[in-house]
Design a protein around this ligand. Structure first.
Ligand SMILES: *Cc1c(COP(=O)(O)O)cnc(C)c1O
Length: 369
């Protein structure tokens, strides 16, 4: 075991499977559930997570960039892989070689794809992105009909569907999603499948599910609006799939009025026992939660004291009995009767669970159970 990191991310496959089945039920059994596995499956490992979803019945996968799509294909996924950031001219051959579906929003990429299709004597399916109010990628609704007409003239591409994306579906009290969906729904085109719902859409605006939904954060066990999103029937709850645990490196007793870590931003008020942990911002523990965040030691909360360093941080264990070097520490997840969730850490960071999962998962060794 030499050389192994003291920091360990554990990904629970059965939680991923449970979330997939629960979301499939919520979306409706006739609706395709696309698994968003971009950003290395929000830190859970793209190959491993996609394999679990595939086994659970998933036939559609989504990534942001071409390189991710190629890796996913090479990992053995045989089903649809959608690349959401479109297709550059120079990337065109790779879409054909790896049988990837580009989500496009410009005539230039359509033309380049079609030329390559003609050259290869084939026709590539594309989906068209429409911007109904996100103000990010996509054509405006009034440009869609003209765009589709142009595509009809290109023999090497075939439109398989249209897609849009919600900016505010995590807010179930906002009427924006309903309004945006009305615009999407009124697009009077008959082109394959329609998809616009993200996790917020599936959970809070089920009427927006259409032919396919694109689940990201919810597959990994989190509600897009954090704490307030939690529904209370236990069998209906999403299950967080990631845990982050580490251990105590050293325990030291320090007198009152001692500065802790860089800048001495914390000064002990009384004699204190500090545990030094091998976790820092390099491991995804954001420096912004210095003097703010907490971890679990022996099932009890210990506050981070002083600045989080690159590979280390200190926590106050004065109130916890018998803490020794080597004791288990939970950064994200449950220990005994308490749990620190990604939403709680996100709150300390003034961010969202998505960022916490990416930071932890993509900066540490992962193990699968
Ligand atoms: C990331 C992403 C999703 C998934 O969003 P969640 O809020 O994580 O469910 C869906 N669609 C697109 C286009 C995305 O980029």
């Amino acid at each position: 075991m030499s050389g192994e990191s003291l920091n360990q991310i554990t990904v629970n496959r059965s939680a991923l499977r449970h979330n997939f089945h629960l979301l499939q039920k919520k979306a409706g059994h006739g609706v395709r559930l696309l698994a968003m596995v971009k950003a290395d499956a929000y830190g859970h490992g793209m190959k491993e997570a996609a394999a679990v979803f595939s086994e659970a019945g998933c036939r559609d996968f989504g990534v942001a960039e071409l390189g991710e799509g190629v890796s996913l294909r090479e990992s053995g996924i045989r089903d649809n892989i959608f690349v959401f950031l479109g297709c550059l001219r120079s990337d065109v051959p790779l879409f054909f070689e790896h049988n990837l579906i580009p989500v496009i929003f410009s005539l230039e990429s359509a033309q380049a794809l079609s030329d390559e299709g003609v050259k290869r004597g084939t026709c590539i399916p594309v989906h068209v992105k429409v911007d109904c109010g996100m103000t990010r990628l996509g054509l405006f609704p009034d440009a869609l009909a003209g765009f589709l007409l142009e595509l009809q003239r290109l023999p090497g591409v075939k439109v398989g569907g249209i897609a849009s994306h919600f900016p505010r579906a995590d807010d179930r009290n906002s009427s924006h999603t309903t309004e945006q969906f009305r615009i999407f729904n009124s697009l009077d085109v008959n082109v394959g499948i329609r998809h616009t719902a993200n996790s917020g859409g599936i959970l809070y605006f089920p009427q927006t599910c259409c032919d396919m939904v694109r689940a990201g954060i919810s597959l990994y066990g989190y509600y897009p609006d954090g704490f307030s999103g939690i529904e209370f029937e236990p069998e209906e709850l999403l299950r967080p799939a990631m845990e982050f645990n580490t251990c105590v490196l050293q325990v030291k007793t320090v007198p009152a009025n001692v500065g802790v870590s860089y800048g001495h931003t914390y000064v002990t008020k009384k004699e204190s026992i500090l545990a030094v942990l091998p976790v820092g911002y390099e491991d995804g523990l954001s420096r912004s939660i210095s003097n703010k965040g907490e971890v679990l030691v022996h099932g009890q909360r210990a506050k981070i004291r002083g600045r989080i360093c690159m590979n280390l941080c200190m926590v106050d264990v004065t109130h916890i009995e018998n803490v020794h070097a080597g004791d288990a520490v939970m950064i994200l997840g449950a220990q005994r009767n308490d749990t620190i969730s990604g939403d709680e850490i996100a709150d300390w960071m003034e961010s969202i669970s998505y960022e916490v999962l990416c930071l932890f998962g993509n900066n540490n060794e992962r193990k699968y159970i």
